[in-house]
Design a protein around this ligand. Structure first.
Ligand SMILES: *Cc1c(COP(=O)(O)O)cnc(C)c1O
Length: 467
């Protein structure tokens, strides 16, 4: 692993000074502005491999890969060099004026190679949200061109996450997002998520998987099959709390989509590029999508890039009968972003990261997480590849949760912050998605931190009389 040596910018100001300037001018995403201004941001100044450093000189194990994206770890010189080289050669040219650049063409070609065989075409964006906006327009355009313009309705899932633009937030099922800004936009509706621990009742996981998939069929029949355009889901819900569906779920979803001729969209923004132990999450869960959204891991977050893989069923119609598709972004196929993606995918191959996840660190993490279930606070653990969740509960025998107002997950997250570990809380579900380059000794190090933070949380919860 090569480190990039740079004079540290952090040295220029104290933590306090950074925090004051931050609070004065920077409105952070998904943040209570006033609360953060009072508390002060943590200033991350540099990073290497799976470790971050903050402006107070603390070393932090980043078990979230930034925001599910830094899959090859920090400090990979190949990606930096690719960006620098491309910036010098050609920092930008657009793809609107019947033009293209070598990196965007090469990346399109490489994506066709590493994605499942039904994908031979790509539409580039700069983010996952823009990818899902593109999906809404493309799916509706497809049915229009086929002479079925009444097929407008797209079905998503409660607690799914598909980004934060108008269409992305509409496809997602986050009630807090829908409550602000008049969402969802018309003709988007949702079904319940395949979350056995919360919704499974007395059913086995496998039976519940079938039940949850059949909610899609019920919804299709309620809307009217002739009006349904597509179903969208993450193979494994990420932001919703790393919810790994029962193995029966996706094959049944596929069967239902096939039965009604409905397009299946796999949002691979988190699951893509090796996270689940295959190149794409659909390969892990056993679905055959018509469209895939990607972003995050395509560049390991080194530079923004996203897009949509367009299956041949759709590409053929749009190419042969569609005429002009009135959609695109200034940065669709940005040469620097594409050059970084080429280097990133090259590195994933060179380091055999997909196989490393599938055969080495993934199973090792699964085993370590299974052992965590012994902990008094832990109701269940789940992993898939290098995604993991720990459900904190009040009573594990009864699968009884804490009162959500107590915010036990945030208590635990506070201990993680204080102990040099980035682990995220989604309600009382603690989640991780470490860089794919993590080694077994580093998994041990992460597990020791997780155990310590769970113990500290347990002591806290007991002291406050919440158990
Ligand atoms: C992060 C995410 C998005 C949105 O991507 P942005 O780049 O933040 O717009 C969409 N879908 C999923 C599954 C995500 O995790």
């Amino acid at each position: 692993m090569s480190t990039i040596q740079q004079p540290s910018r952090a040295a220029k100001r104290s933590t306090k000074e950074w925090q004051q300037a931050d609070a004065a001018h920077f409105l952070h995403p998904f943040t209570d502005f006033a609360a953060l201004a009072k508390k002060g941001s943590r200033i991350i100044t540099d990073a290497n491999n799976i470790y971050l450093h903050d402006s107070d000189g603390n070393k932090i194990l980043d078990a979230m890969s930034g925001l599910w994206c830094v899959n090859v770890g920090y400090g990979q010189k190949a990606l930096v060099d690719a960006a620098a080289r491309q910036m010098q050669e050609l920092p930008f040219y657009n793809a609107f004026f019947q033009t293209a650049t070598p990196p965007s063409i090469e990346l399109a070609e490489l994506l066709a190679e590493v994605t499942p065989p039904q994908f031979q075409h790509v539409f580039f964006t700069s983010s996952g949200s823009e990818g899902n906006d593109t999906i809404v327009r493309m799916v509706r355009r497809y049915w229009d061109v086929l002479g079925q313009p009444e097929r407008q309705v797209i079905i998503g899932r409660h607690n799914g996450y598909h980004g934060s633009t108008m269409a992305g937030a509409s496809l997602g099922g986050m009630s807090g997002m829908h409550a602000q800004g008049g969402l969802p936009i018309p003709n988007i509706t949702h079904i319940e998520q395949p979350h056995w621990f919360e919704l499974g009742g007395d059913q086995s996981r496998e039976d519940f998987g079938l039940t949850a998939a059949r909610w899609l069929e019920e919804k299709i029949l309620a809307v009217g099959p002739e009006r349904v355009a597509a179903f969208i889901g993450e193979p494994i819900q990420g932001a919703g709390g790393v919810i790994v569906p029962p193995t029966t779920y996706w094959p049944e979803i596929q069967r239902i989509c096939d039965k009604y001729g409905i397009l299946l969209v796999s949002d691979e923004v988190i699951c893509g590029f090796g996270r689940t132990g295959e190149w794409f999450g659909c390969e892990t869960v056993g679905s055959r999508p018509d469209l895939m959204t990607f972003a995050k891991g395509v560049t390991s977050g080194y530079i923004p890039l996203g897009g949509v893989m367009v299956g041949e069923r759709i590409a053929k119609v749009l190419i042969e009968q569609g005429g002009e598709f009135n959609h695109g972004f200034t940065y669709s196929g940005h040469p620097v972003a594409c050059a970084v993606a080429l280097a990133n995918i090259g590195l994933i191959r060179q380091l055999n990261l997909v196989s490393h996840v599938k055969h080495n660190v993934g199973p090792y993490l699964a085993q370590q997480f299974a052992e965590l279930a012994e902990h008094p606070l832990v109701g269940e653990t789940q992993t898939c590849g290098l995604m993991g969740a720990v459900q904190l509960v009040k009573d594990k025998a009864k699968r009884q949760m804490f009162d959500s107002a107590l915010e036990v997950g945030m208590v635990c997250r506070g201990h993680c912050f204080g102990n040099g570990l980035i682990m995220r809380a989604v309600g009382d579900r603690m989640i991780i998605a470490p860089p794919l380059v993590i080694t077994r000794p580093q998994v041990d190090e992460m597990m020791a931190l997780i155990r310590r933070c769970l113990d500290l949380t347990l002591a806290d919860v007991q002291a406050r009389g919440w158990l």
